[in-house]
Design a binder for this molecule. Structure first.
Ligand code: F6P
Length: 356
């Protein structure tokens, strides 16, 4: 194989382990004698020509221990052209424009991390540039298709469990319920993991409708059986209102507040807490460092095998797996109510809603 030039990037919301992924891609590429170009701020770096060569003397020792991404991500919410609709993107010729810029960079492949929002876009840029595109799944939501686990999920789940541990003591001291909102967008993976590992009484996720009355009944049952008046309720940010309704008509910031208000109305001392962005900014856990290392190395090897590959790498059933991006039909990997993890929660007596 002739000498290659690859562009590496991190895209979408930050999470722990992104720098480790960049390290693994770079080191593997350098082993093949290839040139590695670090693109700053996701697709912004391509648009504005903001990139640089990453040499073998790069200080990876520091980087793999840091949170976030040293390359930067695009400024979410402040970007006029990354996440426009497909029609708008075609109309404004954005894919072609970025494709032309990638061609000018003389890249044979773009290899980087992204979530289910950005993966399609990078593939389109690569098609327009006629280069390879290998993507590594990352997100605290764990909702990227083609993989059982995304980079960043384990670290965020650890953070959530730690925060819920802190709340436990206050909850016990004041005999109070805490309804705690965790991230996840439209998926409940983080809530399920954090809920089970923090001894939750209730876990609410977007995939399973719930009723307020049955949450109340569950807490009353706990009170009677365990003689306990403090409760742990973990709520995924996308859980919505009861019966699968959305929150639009409720005067609440989020589902945790909605449930908390109801509990207060039934005489339960309750507070709502939203963990927010602290979930994203932790240092990478050992699990995430390993996953990012494996996927980074594998991504480069997939490209070496097939210089025209446009693929998403991941882990399925414990093994490295590669999916053609064009073959991805379903972009949301959500919680399966029949999964072993949910079944474990149910067998622990956790109320998870009205499972059919
Ligand atoms: O996709 C990751 C995520 O943290 C979601 O869980 C959350 O809904 C969203 O990003 C927050 O986005 P932002 O960082 O743009 O506020």
């Amino acid at each position: 194989m002739t000498k290659k030039r690859i562009g590496i990037f991190t895209s979408g919301g930050d999470c722990a382990g992104l720098n480790v992924a960049m390290m693994a891609i770079t080191k593997r590429a350098h082993q093949y004698g290839w040139e590695v170009i670090g693109i700053r701020n996701g697709v912004d770096g391509i648009e504005f020509g903001d990139y640089y060569t990453i040499g073998e003397d790069f200080p990876w020792g520091e980087k793999i221990r840091e949170g976030g991404t040293f390359l930067g991500a695009y400024a979410r919410g402040n970007n006029t052209w990354t996440f426009v609709s497909e029609e708008d993107s075609i109309k404004r010729d954005l894919q072609k424009g970025i494709g032309e810029k990638i061609k000018k960079m003389k890249l044979d492949a773009i290899i980087g991390t992204c979530g289910n929002g950005s993966l399609l876009f990078y593939n389109r840029y690569a098609i327009a540039a006629n280069c390879a595109c290998i993507l590594l799944p990352k997100t605290v939501d764990n909702d990227t298709p083609g993989t059982d686990i995304s980079i960043g999920f384990s670290s965020a789940a650890e953070t959530c469990t730690g925060m819920l541990d802190n709340l436990f003591w206050t909850s016990r001291s004041h005999r109070r319920a805490f309804t705690v909102e965790v991230m996840g967008r439209d998926a409940g993976h983080l809530a399920v993991r954090a809920g089970i590992t923090s001894g939750a009484d209730v876990i609410l996720i977007p995939e399973i409708p719930y009723t307020l009355e049955n949450i109340y009944k569950k807490l009353m049952d706990v009170k009677k059986r365990e003689k306990r008046e403090f409760f742990n309720i973990v709520v995924a940010e996308g859980a919505g209102a009861e019966h699968g309704q959305n929150l639009e008509n409720e005067k609440c910031m989020n589902s945790a507040e909605y449930v908390s208000k109801y509990l207060e109305s039934r005489g339960i001392n309750s507070r709502a807490v939203s963990l927010g962005h602290v979930q994203r900014g932790s240092l990478p856990s050992q699990k995430d460092r390993l996953l990012a290392s494996q996927l980074g190395v594998y991504a480069v090897d997939v490209f070496k095998e097939n210089p025209k590959a446009r693929a998403l790498v991941g882990i399925r059933n414990g093994k490295l797996a590669c999916t053609n991006i064009e073959d991805i039909k379903d972009y949301e990997f959500v919680v399966d109510p029949k999964s072993e993890e949910v079944q474990t929660a149910l067998k622990l007596g956790i109320y998870m809603g009205e499972i059919a």
